[in-house]
Design a binder for this molecule. Structure first.
Ligand SMILES: *Cc1c(COP(=O)(O)O)cnc(C)c1O
Length: 481
């Protein structure tokens, strides 16, 4: 028995490397990450995907381990150098992600000390960090002291949290659901639709409010629709505005919508997953005026504070509503509830145990201060305006509305041939080139190109290169035609 136990112990101790073994592992990881980061300036923004069969073989889990060096080489070859490169400053597609280095250090430390961030009693410090971050974002948005919130895994879960809170705050259940109405535009993010279904509100009536020429919600049409619905005996429930649509970056007229929501007694939710945190810079603050009057708002630090993926935020104006929707009690948690009056994340979200995700945001903010974040966001707005201006000077390009924040829409109009097809070919040509990566969308039935400028590595040099490459490939394609 004791022989067997000591053999087991010996094997199990591999899970707990000593100082010297840790130093070796760290060395390798530091060397890999330094090489990766040193290469980003020249790395393609898009590279062909890996062969799934080959990596499938290599990625299988085995009884005995292999060297960390081997694992890092797999990562380098099959994962970190393939398909879209979200760490590149020349990545201008969808909504660019971040991954600031200080946040990676925060993640490392969070995992090493593994504090229990879901409940105040378990790690008062970790929960205070989360609550401080929420307080800071609520202040920046302009919410009152009664606000609460939660650090989520992303914008989708943050929107779901807000929708569940709004559902319960208005007592939406049973027969009321199919008579209740939600108002949004065709540009609302698809996670809203998903959240409504998950929240049991799939049978709700959805009104797609028309947009103006800049793709912003038409407030007059919204009000008229609410009045018509009220007169028809329906229950207008919530308005879901976008503060920066994913598609075109348009900010709905938040102040006017707030007035309508207040007058007609609807819940006013703002999906600011892409754009909300632009409140940190003066031009963004102006563009987002009215956001402070909402009942709930979503902002995504893994987009607009340049964090690695896995950090969204929901803020709720009146904490009572959030607590009412999510608090729960259990006998085995007797000793750990509400000891010091500090709110526990687990009482404000579907999660109990969760990643100490606050550290990846708090550490960079403490070490760097807020100033560089404000500067980077102001810079993105300037770059978007510059890109919009310069594109108009290149023969053949036609631009969408001037950007509310940092997304520009445009397309190339060749002298002959199908315009939609040409623009799809242009995206393909740029993808094959790989130096910049852009994505396309469909706006008013037209294939439209986008530039979403949000990476902390995108500066004027990258924008100049994007302009050069767009011009080069568009004109080359036109000559071929
Ligand atoms: C990205 C985005 C979402 C979804 O957020 P995830 O973090 O990807 O879950 C929701 N709304 C808008 C406007 C977005 O841009």
């Amino acid at each position: 028995m004791s022989n067997e136990l000591s053999a087991l112990e010996q094997q199990a101790r591999l899970l707990d490397p000593d100082h010297a073994a840790r130093a070796q592992l760290l060395d390798r990881v530091i060397a890999y990450s330094q090489q990766y980061l040193d290469g980003i300036a020249d790395a393609p923004a898009y590279a062909p995907p890996p062969d799934p069969a080959e990596f499938g073989q290599e990625a299988t889990i085995t009884e005995n381990g292999v060297s960390l060096d081997h694992v890092l080489s797999l990562l380098g070859e099959h994962v970190d150098s393939r398909s879209i490169n979200t760490t590149s400053g020349r990545y201008l597609a969808y909504i660019p992600g971040g991954g600031i280095f200080h946040a990676a250090l925060g993640d490392y430390l969070a995992a090493v000390a593994n504090r229990y961030a879901g409940v105040y009693f378990a790690s008062p410090g970790a929960v205070q960090i989360e609550n401080q971050l929420l307080r800071w974002m609520a202040d920046e948005v302009g919410y009152p002291a009664t606000a609460s919130g939660n650090l989520t895994s992303g914008g989708s879960l943050a929107n779901l949290t807000a929708i569940v809170t709004a559902r319960d705050a208005h007592g939406l259940e049973g027969d009321l659901i199919p008579r209740s109405v939600v108002y949004l535009t065709e540009h609302a993010h698809h996670c809203i639709d998903k959240a409504l279904r998950i929240a049991g509100l799939g049978k709700l009536i959805k009104r797609i409010v028309p947009v103006d020429a800049a793709y912003r919600m038409n407030a007059q049409a919204l009000d008229a629709q609410i009045v018509a619905d009220q007169q028809a005996g329906l229950k207008p429930w919530a308005i879901i505005a976008s503060a920066g649509t994913t598609n075109t970056g348009a900010v709905d007229p938040l102040t006017e919508i707030a007035q309508i929501a207040a007058a007609r007694k609807l819940w006013f939710h703002v999906d600011g997953a892409y754009g909300g945190l632009f409140v940190l810079c003066p031009d963004g603050k102006t563009a987002l005026k009215g956001i402070e009057q909402s009942d709930s708002v979503v902002v995504d630090p893994h987009k607009t504070l340049f964090l690695p993926y896995g950090t969204g935020t929901v803020l709720i104006r009146d904490r009572q509503h959030q607590y009412a929707a999510f608090n729960a009690h259990a006998d085995y948690m007797q000793n750990i509830l509400d000891e010091d009056g500090e709110l526990s994340p687990s009482d404000l979200s579907p999660e109990l145990t969760k990643h100490f995700r606050g550290l990846r945001l708090w550490l960079p903010l403490k070490v760097l201060g807020v100033t560089p974040f404000r500067a980077a966001l102001a810079e993105k707005i300037h770059l978007a305006r510059y890109f919009h201006e310069q594109l108009q000077r290149i023969d053949g390009f036609e631009v969408g509305p001037s950007p509310d924040l940092s997304i520009v829409t445009y397309r190339y109009c060749p002298k002959r041939g199908d315009v939609d097809q040409f623009n799809q070919q242009l995206v393909k040509a740029l993808q094959q080139d790989g130096r910049i990566f852009i994505s396309s969308t469909v706006v008013e039935h037209k294939v439209t190109l986008r530039a979403a400028i949000l990476s902390f590595r995108t500066h004027s040099g990258e924008i100049e290169e994007a302009l050069r490459l767009l011009k080069h490939h568009a004109h080359a394609l036109e000559q071929q035609a």
